[in-house]
Design a protein around this ligand. Structure first.
Ligand code: PEP
Length: 253
């Protein structure tokens, strides 16, 4: 019922030429898979978004931004707004990625403003949630994920929330080579779906896609995707290599 959704987060990597080369290879080698069987998006750095949108012209791979600001315009030096992202052809926007939460210091309140402005501005937010290692060890995973989901979606109606994808990304698994076991991922995804049912209704909870992210590789993608509530993957490091990302897309079908 939920179409698999694989997104690649390039983080602060690549240059102009390698961005375009990678995008073109993904477009040509995912024909017949992307869109028909799996939703695919890539999230390059801001400065390469336009070039990547152009390189993907005519393909079914969508483009997302890694971040945005919640005001549409004005005196916010260095920030990029949702209308700007929409103007250049973006479809998605990551909100609250753990590196923005823990390196840049974004709060749940700011992330909620970003999710809200993305939806109101016509972009589809991917809300990233997940616990730190010490929080998992202190059995606080559910508490942290509950806070991230409830505060990230605060004030939004069920209709608006239907535009959101949730990405469960345990912080201890991001870029570390450690992956949550498929069972650990399933437990948290199931928990998030039940939480959404409580917050909204069962139908919405069943419709929302929940991606797993954290050291996803070609070798573990299929097993993670085999879990009932794992509807897709948010891929960092492995999305920078065409062969690996294509293998992950195929494993998600
Ligand atoms: C990410 O950037 O969201 C991520 C999950 O990174 P990695 O796949 O490298 O762990």
């Amino acid at each position: 019922m939920r179409k698999p959704f694989v997104a690649g987060n390039w983080k602060m990597n690549m240059d102009g030429r390698s961005s375009v080369d990678l995008a073109k290879r993904l477009a040509s080698e995912s024909v017949g898979i992307a869109d028909q069987k799996v939703t695919v998006a890539i999230c390059p750095p801001f400065v390469y978004l336009q070039a990547v949108v152009k390189a993907l012209d005519g393909s079914s791979i969508a483009v997302g931004a890694q971040d945005s600001y919640f005001e549409p315009n004005g005196a916010f030096t260095g920030e990029i707004s949702i209308p700007m992202l929409k103007d250049i052809g973006c479809t998605y926007c990551l909100c609250g990625h753990s590196e923005r939460r823990h390196v840049i210091g974004e709060t749940d309140e700011l992330i909620n403003q970003k999710v809200t402005s993305a939806i109101n501005g016509g972009l589809l937010p991917i809300l990233c949630v997940g616990e730190l290692l010490n929080e998992r060890e202190a059995s606080k995973t559910e508490e942290v994920v509950t806070r991230h989901v409830k505060e990230g979606l605060a004030g939004l109606s069920a209709e608006k929330v239907s535009a959101v994808t949730i990405a469960y990304e345990p912080v201890w698994a991001i870029g570390t080579g450690l992956t949550a076991t498929p069972q650990q991922a399933q437990e948290v995804h199931d928990f998030i779906r039940k939480l959404l049912a409580q917050m909204y209704d069962e139908q919405l909870a069943q419709e929302i896609r929940i991606q797993y992210g954290g050291s996803v590789k070609p070798g573990n993608a299929a097993e993670l995707m085999s879990q009932k509530d794992v509807d897709g993957l948010l891929v960092g490091g492995a999305s920078l290599k065409a062969d690996d990302f294509l293998a992950i897309i195929k494993a998600a079908v």
